[in-house]
Design a protein around this ligand. Structure first.
Ligand code: HEC
Length: 259
């Protein structure tokens, strides 16, 4: 038993390593409880559905999410809208298709297999509409930014008047958390901006949290099954450790130790 106690710290270390560890950050980001963090982390379905609502009603006019299809909205581990709901969502968008038999392009209502429609035809058009800045595709943005979810959550709430002495050009805004503090995206959120389908109060904080949760899922759609696997692996390792320990005891029991 004593030996077993000796290896306990090792086990804890193992569990510790399996958690997402954040490296030291220069700016202190705003903190919130993320349901998906940690070994048993899961997405909050409500947050994912509300986050989709914020994305589509607010962010989608500038930011694309080109890796998502409407059917992903109904898949396990995601927002888990019902298939009927996802179909209705898809059908609410106009998708370019074609050419038809006459050789012409046409638009039709979206289907589950369609990718999320893009707000702009190309990068140049996006830049032209946004003062030269490109609103990055958001499919995997959480992974592309150092602070991940905490960064995006903070950025959305980080708009302030610039401190004395700092002047901003037209179309440039001051944000506490943006690299260099200058961002070409105007503040997007204000209390009550969306009316949540589930009745949750749409405070700036709530919308920031929900949309960031949604972005986390789009960047890591298999997070839940990965966590499940990780947990199984640890249980397996613990059982293996116990087995190895007892077989070691047994093998060495035939040898008398003299100290
Ligand atoms: C009016 C257009 C517009 C809307 C709407 C919009 N954005 Fe942006 N966003 C931009 C532009 C332009 C940039 C690039 C800013 C820059 O590079 O200075 C940007 C950049 C960003 C960035 C990256 C910042 C970085 O580190 O480079 C994030 C994150 C972001 N937007 C999140 C959102 C979210 C979330 C929403 C919806 C709540 C949203 N945006 C809505 C135009 C928009």
């Amino acid at each position: 038993m004593k030996n077993f106690i000796k290896i306990l710290p090792l086990l804890f270390l193992l569990i510790g390593f399996s958690k997402n560890s954040n490296s030291a950050e220069k700016v202190e980001y705003l903190k919130t409880d993320w349901s998906f963090k940690g070994l048993f982390g899961k997405f909050d379905r409500g947050a994912l559905q509300r986050g989709y609502q914020v994305y589509t009603e607010v962010c989608a006019s500038c930011h694309s999410m080109k890796y998502l299809s409407y059917r992903n909205l109904a898949e396990e581990g995601g927002p888990e809208f019902s298939v009927a709901e996802a179909k209705a969502i898809a059908a609410s968008f106009e998708v370019n298709d074609g050419p038809n038999d006459d050789g012409e392009m046409f638009t039709r209502p979206g289907k589950l297999s369609d990718k999320f429609v893009m707000p702009y035809d190309n990068v140049k058009a996006a830049q032209a509409a946004n003062g030269g800045a490109y609103p990055p595709d958001m499919s995997v943005l959480v992974k592309a930014r150092g602070g991940g979810v905490d960064y995006i959550y903070s950025l959305l709430q980080g708009y302030e008047d610039p401190p004395a002495g700092i002047t901003l050009d037209d179309g440039v805004y001051y944000n506490k958390y943006m690299y260099g503090n200058k961002i070409k995206m105007p503040n997007q959120l204000s209390d009550g901006l969306v009316v949540y389908a589930d009745g949750t109060e749409a405070s700036v904080e709530q919308m920031s949290k929900d949309v960031t949760t949604f972005l986390m899922w789009s960047a890591e759609p298999h997070l839940e099954s990965r966590h499940k696997m990780g947990f199984k692996a640890i249980v397996y390792l613990i059982i293996l450790t116990i087995l190895v320990y007892f077989s070691m005891k047994r093998i060495w029991s035939r040898i008398e130790t003299k100290v």
